[in-house]
Design a protein around this ligand. Structure first.
Ligand code: ACO
Length: 427
């Protein structure tokens, strides 16, 4: 028998269906709540609200589980490429060799950016944050690559274009911001190596590709590729629900990701650790500040809406901090500070009671620094990684038979009806 949930309101009983996901998560289907009862729900921050049914990513925040299309993140980080992971998220299954080759050819074919777009870059004031530039440029792509004939064709080409061009545009923005010559993509290099070459190659110092560095970047991107209905993905779905084009929806996702409570946390963590290092602030002082309710300071890279245990991505990226620093035979004082901070925080009652553990952003910046990326590019790198997830979620929402424009309601708490007062009569 189908399970239901009953709500008693003003002496009447209302019955609502129960929905169960493949991993056992349950929800009350309240689609007809207002129609039946006149009530709406109130859930600021949506902590108890499922906005869709999705077959892309599974997370269990209590057990620290993350899977893309059923495959554990640990296996993907160990064995898959970012290209395969992107294909998996967008198409729902891993590609065979022929499909992967075809995908690689398309990514290469679409990797150049219209030369006129370079003019835009020059118009941004010096010191503009690359996330603002990226969001604007992705939106501008629509003007350079207008609609194609069929929706199917449009989706496939737009998806490949975005994956290929956003990478080129990110490297281009870095080069232009430094006043350096732009490096074009090379057909002989794979996705991540190509990006590293576009970022760091220079006419006076050719970039030497190191396979471990390439793999570290691939792992970083795989770990960031999707995370179900987070802030930026929800922005992509919400903006997309108005049936806007994919470029505009992704541009909204990039803007949402920029915030320090979301993707911008990777930059904020390094800034926090640098301040501790440069000013010699005792690590314990940071923990005390984070606990002080009168102080707005939060320990960046700690806490998560869904994970109430160690973020599985943080575990993997922490391992890569050590691997990469050992391999490059370098030491980073920020890693020592981060580890000390983690040790103190994880033993602290406040952090234990609030289930505050390191999230992916806590250690990722140390890997990116070791590769040579400047701090203000960290969130751009996160955006490149999250792109396949945003695309997969947008595509799923387009095909969803339950699709409706996203339009939450509210409880109005403002002034009740009152009259307009002419200007001369106002106090
Ligand atoms: N430092 C200190 N206290 C914290 C922290 C933190 N990093 N995170 C949460 N808390 C406290 C809150 O003050 C709150 O305490 P209270 O109930 O006494 O008021 C309690 O823990 C619960 O926190 P909420 O803010 O309600 O948790 P929410 O799920 O809304 O927020 C978030 C999650 C935004 C990630 C939060 O933990 C945070 O601000 N962390 C720091 C920023 C960060 O690292 N963001 C990256 C997240 S991962 C990602 O987006 C890629």
């Amino acid at each position: 028998m189908e399970e239901t949930v009953q709500i008693v309101y003003q002496g009447k009983t209302y019955t609502f269906p129960l929905v169960e996901g493949t991993e056992g998560e349950r929800a009350i289907d309240i689609r007809r709540l207002r129609q039946k009862t006149g009530l709406i729900t109130l859930d600021p921050g949506y902590a108890n609200t499922g906005s869709c049914q999705s077959a892309i990513t599974f997370m269990d925040g209590e057990k620290g589980i993350l899977r893309y299309r059923g495959i554990p993140i640990e296996q993907l980080a160990e064995r898959a490429s970012f290209k395969e992971t992107s294909y998996l998220l967008i198409n729902g299954r891993l590609p065979n060799q022929k499909e992967l080759n075809r995908f690689s050819v398309l990514l290469n074919d679409h990797s150049l950016v219209h030369e006129d777009m370079r003019l835009f870059y020059q118009s941004f004031p010096r010191g503009s944050h690359p996330m603002g530039i990226l969001s604007a440029m992705v939106n501008a792509l629509r003007s350079f690559y207008p609609e194609l004939q069929s929706l199917e064709e449009e989706i496939n080409i737009t998806v490949t274009r975005l994956l290929a061009k956003v990478r080129t545009m990110a490297a281009m923005s870095y080069k232009i911001s430094r006043g350096h010559k732009v490096v074009y993509p090379r057909p002989d290099l794979a996705y991540s190596a190509n990006f590293l070459n576009m970022m760091f190659d220079s006419p006076v110092r050719p970039y030497v590709i190191d396979e471990d560095v390439v793999r570290a970047l691939e792992v970083f991107w795989i770990l960031h590729a999707d995370h179900e209905q987070n802030c930026s993905t929800s922005a992509v779905r919400m903006v997309g629900s108005g049936r806007v084009n994919l470029y505009a929806a992704i541009s909204a996702g990039i803007s949402a990701l920029w915030g320090p409570l979301h993707g911008g946390a990777n930059q904020a963590v390094i800034e926090m650790l640098t301040e501790v290092h440069e000013k010699g602030i005792p690590v314990r002082r940071l923990v005390e500040r984070a606990k002080d309710k009168k102080d707005p300071f939060r320990l960046m890279g700690f806490g998560h809406r869904v994970y109430k245990t160690y973020d599985p991505r943080a575990r993997i990226i922490k391992k890569w901090c050590h691997l990469l620093l050992d391999k490059l035979r370098s030491a980073d004082p920020l890693l020592d500070i981060a580890m000390e901070l983690e040790e103190i925080a994880l033993k602290d009652d406040y952090f234990i009671e609030n289930n505050l553990y390191p999230n992916v952003d806590f250690y990722s910046g140390i890997v990116l620094r070791a590769i040579g990326f400047p701090t203000n590019m960290f969130t751009v790198l996160f955006a490149i990684g999250r792109l396949p997830g945003w695309i997969a979620q947008w595509k799923e929402s387009m095909d969803d038979p339950d699709w409706r424009i996203a339009r939450p309601r509210q409880i109005y708490v403002g002034q009740r009806q009152c009259d307009y007062i002419p200007l001369e009569e106002r106090k």
